[in-house]
Every structure is written in structure tokens, then in C-alpha cells.
Write a protein that binds this ligand. Structure first.
Ligand SMILES: *Cc1c(COP(=O)(O)O)cnc(C)c1O
Length: 380
């Protein structure tokens, strides 16, 4: 087969997104305004929640979720040990302590059986991550720890769900990302979801310096010269209307993107079942995967090649791969600060060493998928 060049991810954007930016640019209203509001409304509808609030990225969304829930110094927040570093960083921003919980190597998500032993009177909240687009078992989290606030890190999980309950509607607050590595993108961008009116109001103020009313309300209201009240220390975590306009177009394509990814994920899983040392993604019954990434697990006890050598081999063939994500407890800052050994979280350690993401995105064509499957099947 002729050599191909297949990146791990590519945003799917074009003429429509380009044209959508015309209105905010020419209207003169480019910070958070009508386009962000439209994006939020669509996002809330799709994820079956009362409120959706756009912010600058998912990391700031997670930070605001912590602040809105009143997380502060002395509090502990449970975080899976295998996730993107910002899940834990968001807890650090509040001077609270992230307490790691091991993950299940089959789902890459929080191991619900490890939660109970991490809970003490200081534990206030838990941030289950819907990693790679597969929802964490939130029902079980609620059963085990009914008193904890739940913030879903759904950075990878736009459009995912359990049965007909979408990600973002399962806990107290949901947080999403529109970074280009995710299924829909606004360049950078994030969203918070909640069904709680009080939390929504607090988040709305926190993202805008703590102002009691938004700039748009003030400028378009009868007394634009009267500045709002500031009763809290807020942040500027707003999304621009240029991004909001792009988000509206992208969100309308979300389900088509996921359907196409689902089709090719099924193709991978069927073809790669012939590779006995590669564990393809496990999806519990009734779960709807969002397919931000297709992440397998290389069983080095059976494989003729180590995971890192396999990634190098595929790179030589023009196929980009990545470890699924990293074990946060093994990263320099966290390992030192909390004196953690890699072996303290064996599940997260294993995922760090043996997970492998292969390309799955909406710019890929049939020949790309065939080429990748062929490359993996030919490893003896
Ligand atoms: C991408 C990602 C984030 C961070 O999202 P940003 O929008 O880049 O801040 C947080 N958590 C998880 C699990 C992610 O995959």
C-alpha cells in the first residue's frame, strides 16, 4: 500500500463556519453577546439541561464549577488519576486538595469501587471524567457517595450519554471543551451545564468579573451608563461572539460527526478483533459513546511489540498515535507535592503505559481506516 499521512485529529470546519463569523465581525459586537446566547440555547437543548453557560475553555469551566460549589482551602475533591491534568489543576486553583481515585483499565474511567476508601469528612465533591467520550458510571457514583457534589468533566463528551440521558445532565454541573482535539470546536472554548438556577446565576456572574448584569444587558438596556454591582471576586472567562457563531454551526453537525465516528469505530473494533493483544474500547450496554478518540489497550504480556515501539512503528508509516492521556499522579508536580508513587494507582499507571489512541476524525476517508487496520494486522 502507498504511504499515507494521517494526523491524530483534525477540526472539521469550512465555508459555513467562515460565513458565520461575518455577522459578529461586521455588527461590531464581538465579545459575549447574541451568538454566544444562541450557542448556549442549542447546547442546553441538545444536552437536555435548563442552563448552558459558555466560557473560554473547559479548564476555566472546571474552575468556575469549583468556585460556584464553594470549594475552598481545606476541602478535598476526588479526581480520577488518569485524565487531562486540568481536571486536577482546577481543584488546585481553589487551594483545595485533589485526591486521586484509581481508574478501571477497561473503560479508562473512574473505578467506582475505589471511591469509598477515599472519602472522609473533608471530601466535598467528585469530578468523574467521561474520558474519550465514554460516560463515567455516574449512577453508581451517586449511590456510593450521595452527599458529594458531582461535576462531570465532559470535555470529550459533547453528545455522549447513558441511555437517553446526555452527558452534562447527570451531575450537578457539567463541563465541556471545544478545543480542536474535541469532536466540535470553536478554536478554544468551553461550556458549563446545570439544572440548578442558583448555580447558573452564580456561574453567569463569575465568568464576567462578578458583575451583576452582563455587558449586553447593560449596553442594550435603558441606562447603559450605570455600571453593575460587583458583590464577588469574579473572573474574565467569557467566550467571544465570533466563537459563539462558529459554535452554533459546529453544534448543528455534532450528531452527524458522532454517527460517522461511530460507524468507523465499529469498523475498527470488528477488524481489530483479529489482533489478540489489542483490547479495543469497551462500551457498557446502553452507553452512547461520543468518540472524541478511539483508544485501545496494548497487552504487552501477549504483544510481539511494546506500546512505545508500536507507536514509533506506526509513526514511520505516517499514522499518528498518542497515549490515551496521562496519569496525573505520575506528573512531576503532583508526584512531588503529594508524595505519590506510580504504583499507588495501578490502573492509572497501566493506562499511562499501555493505552494507545489511533486516528478517528471526520476528515478521514475509507482508505485511511483501511490503511491503519492493515498496518496493525500486519504486525506479527
Ligand atoms: C481537553 C480536556 C480538558 C481541557 O479542556 P480545555 O478546553 O483545553 O481547557 C479537560 N479535561 C479533559 C478530560 C480533557 O480531555
Amino acid at each position: 500500500m502507498e504511504k499515507r499521512n494521517i494526523p491524530i485529529a483534525l477540526p472539521f470546519m469550512g465555508q459555513e463556519e467562515w460565513e458565520a463569523t461575518r455577522e459578529p465581525i461586521f455588527s461590531g459586537w464581538i465579545t459575549q453577546g447574541p451568538k454566544v446566547a444562541e450557542f448556549e440555547k442549542l447546547f442546553a437543548q441538545r444536552h437536555k439541561v435548563k442552563h448552558a453557560l459558555a466560557v473560554s475553555n473547559c479548564t476555566t469551566a472546571l474552575h468556575l464549577a469549583m468556585v460556584a460549589l464553594g470549594i475552598k482551602e481545606g476541602d478535598e475533591v476526588l479526581v480520577p488519576a488518569f485524565t487531562w491534568v486540568s481536571t486536577a489543576n482546577a481543584v488546585m486553583y481553589c487551594n483545595a486538595t485533589p485526591v486521586f481515585v484509581d481508574v478501571d483499565t477497561r473503560t479508562f474511567n473512574i473505578d467506582v469501587n475505589s471511591i469509598l476508601k477515599k472519602i472522609n469528612p473533608r471530601t466535598k465533591a467528585i469530578i468523574p471524567v467521561h474520558l474519550f467520550g465514554l460516560c463515567a458510571n455516574i449512577d453508581e457514583v451517586k449511590r456510593i457517595a450521595p452527599h458529594l457534589k458531582i461535576v462531570e468533566d465532559g470535555a470529550c463528551a459533547s453528545g455522549a450519554g447513558i441511555g437517553d440521558r446526555p452527558a452534562g445532565s447527570l451531575g450537578d454541573i457539567g463541563c465541556f471543551s471545544f478545543h480542536p482535539r474535541k469532536s466540535v470546536t470553536t478554536g478554544e472554548g468551553g461550556m458549563l451545564t446545570t439544572n440548578d438556577d442558583t448555580l447558573a446565576e452564580r456561574i453567569n456572574m463569575l465568568r464576567n468579573h462578578g458583575a451583576s448584569i452582563s455587558e449586553e444587558q447593560r449596553h442594550k438596556g435603558p441606562k447603559p451608563y450605570i455600571l453593575p454591582e460587583f458583590d464577588m471576586v469574579g473572573y474574565n472567562y467569557r467566550m467571544t461572539d465570533i466563537q459563539g457563531a462558529i459554535g452554533v454551526v459546529q453544534l448543528k453537525k455534532l450528531d452527524t460527526f458522532i454517527d460517522e465516528r461511530q460507524k468507523w469505530a465499529d469498523y475498527y473494533t470488528e477488524k481489530l478483533s483479529a489482533v489478540p493483544w489489542l483490547k479495543t474500547p469497551y462500551i457498557p450496554e446502553t452507553y452512547k459513546h461520543g468518540w472524541q478518540s478511539y483508544v485501545s489497550y496494548v497487552d504487552e504480556t501477549k504483544s510481539p511489540i511494546k506500546r512505545n515501539d508500536l507507536m514509533e512503528h506506526l509513526q514511520q508509516k505516517g499514522i499518528s498515535t498518542r497515549p490515551g492521556t496521562h496519569a496525573v499522579h505520575m506528573l512531576g508536580f503532583y508526584a512531588k507535592k503529594f508524595n505519590i508513587k506510580p504504583s499507588d494507582y495501578p490502573g492509572a499507571y497501566a493506562c499511562n503505559e499501555y493505552s494507545m489512541s489511533i486516528p478517528l476524525h471526520n476528515k478521514m476517508v475509507k482508505e485511511d481506516y483501511e490503511y491503519i487496520v492493515d498496518a496493525l494486522l500486519s504486525i506479527k
